[in-house]
Design a protein around this ligand. Structure first.
Ligand code: FNR
Ligand code: LAC
Length: 360
């Protein structure tokens, strides 16, 4: 796609993706729950902070490299689990995983993927891969997918805890969005016993709403992989996650798609870091669209951030190359922001590099 040359930031990629995607698919990807207040607040939260750069620091060598769950990543920005990549591009999650591998960062595969964990392993064996877990009412289906991820060398499980059912997504109601029956969603097909056209809400009906903290412990014990609990928004739940054996937490409101009216992820990050930041790794996602956003999240105590929608925009516009370009543009933005702040690496970023914006 030659027009991709003009796409210089995530906003450009979103505009381009909107023009190539069917309205129902764009609405499913872009939308949030209810009045989309939380969706918008995720972005606005970053504007409530200002950077405090330091001068005359040697930044002749700046790196964005960092350590996440004990292993190297090219940057503290990872690919969040998002469903149904085939709606964006025929090469689906395989393209996304290859791009993440080339960018040197972690790809988190969704349970609601249009590829199996083993297919993604085969497509991008060199990628650092995590598997996001939705626990189905049929626990056997979940066990089979987790086993496949363990066998395929996935390094961690990301247990999403904010979706016993899906939020009220009005864009999907307006467009009548359904997952086409010919689009294979292996986990869902296994759970319902055959291919069917389903709304997002109908997919979530297969999730087990009895899930509890004991399941966090069981998942860690049975898989022997580190478990990250995704969707924590309070210090109380962060402590519970730690006490039930989590290796990390993803502070997240699911990109504003679940309970409208909860705070922006960035706004609760400090509370979670204060509660458990010394004990486990705290990650965040929601509204990260700029290298400077990554820097602010690091300053507030995040080990790394994840991005959801921008990856889908890159995938929709230009497949693997599109995802790679989105990731690389953000990496370069972060590198520049670090240099201009006088931070030679992500590890150098502390709370001293940000201050609340004065009200204007
Ligand atoms: C998601 N998200 C998500 N999370 C998850 O744990 N499992 C999933 O299958 C999905 N699917 C999904 C689909 C789509 C279209 C979106 C936009 C999001 C949530 C995702 O992991 C992440 O929390 C947010 O996307 C982060 O916000 P941004 O970066 O999109 O603002
Ligand atoms: C969503 C799911 C699949 O947010 O987590 O649509």
């Amino acid at each position: 796609v030659s027009a991709a040359d003009e796409l210089v930031n995530t906003r450009d990629w979103e505009r381009a993706a909107r023009s190539v995607l069917a309205p129902g698919v764009y609405g499913y990807y872009a939308g949030g729950a209810g009045d989309e207040r939380t969706l918008h607040d995720n972005r606005r939260a970053f504007r409530r902070w200002r950077l405090r750069p330091r001068m005359l620091v040697d930044v002749s060598e700046v790196t964005t490299e960092c350590t996440v769950l004990g292993a190297r990543s090219s940057m503290p920005l990872l690919v969040a689990p998002t469903a149904l990549h085939k709606l964006a591009h025929p090469e689906r999650e395989l393209a996304t995983a290859r791009a993440a591998a080339r960018a040197g960062t972690v790809m988190c595969l969704s349970t609601i993927a249009t590829s199996t964990p083993a297919e993604v392993t085969a497509a991008a064996p060199e990628a650092r891969r995590w598997f996001q877990v939705y626990v189905f009412r049929d626990r056997g289906v979940t066990k089979a997918f987790v086993d496949e991820a363990v066998d395929g060398g996935y390094e961690a499980l990301v247990l999403t805890v904010d979706a016993p059912l899906f939020g009220h997504r009005e864009r999907d109601l307006r467009t009548g969005f359904v997952v086409p029956p010919e689009m294979a969603v292996p986990s869902f097909t296994a759970a319902v016993g055959g291919p069917v056209a389903a709304t997002a809400a109908e997919i979530a009906e297969q999730f087990d709403p009895t899930l509890s903290w004991r399941d966090v412990e069981a998942l860690a014990t049975e898989s022997r992989l580190p478990v990250l609990v995704k969707g924590v928004l309070t210090a109380e739940d962060a402590r519970l996650a730690r006490d039930h054996g989590a290796a990390g937490i993803v502070v997240s409101n699911h990109g504003g798609r679940q309970l409208d009216g909860v705070p922006a992820s960035l706004d609760v990050l400090p509370e979670v870091v204060e509660a458990v930041g010394d004990d486990l790794e705290v990650l965040m996602d929601g509204g990260v669209r700029r290298g400077t956003d990554v820097l602010v999240a690091l300053a507030l105590g995040a080990r790394a951030v994840l991005i959801g929608r921008p990856v889908l925009w890159g995938l929709a516009v230009a497949g693997e190359e599109g995802v790679l370009r989105v990731l690389e543009q953000l990496r370069l933005e972060l590198e520049r922001a670090l240099a201009l702040c006088g931070c030679p690496s992500p590890a150098a970023v502390t709370a001293a590099y940000v201050a609340p914006a004065s009200r204007s």
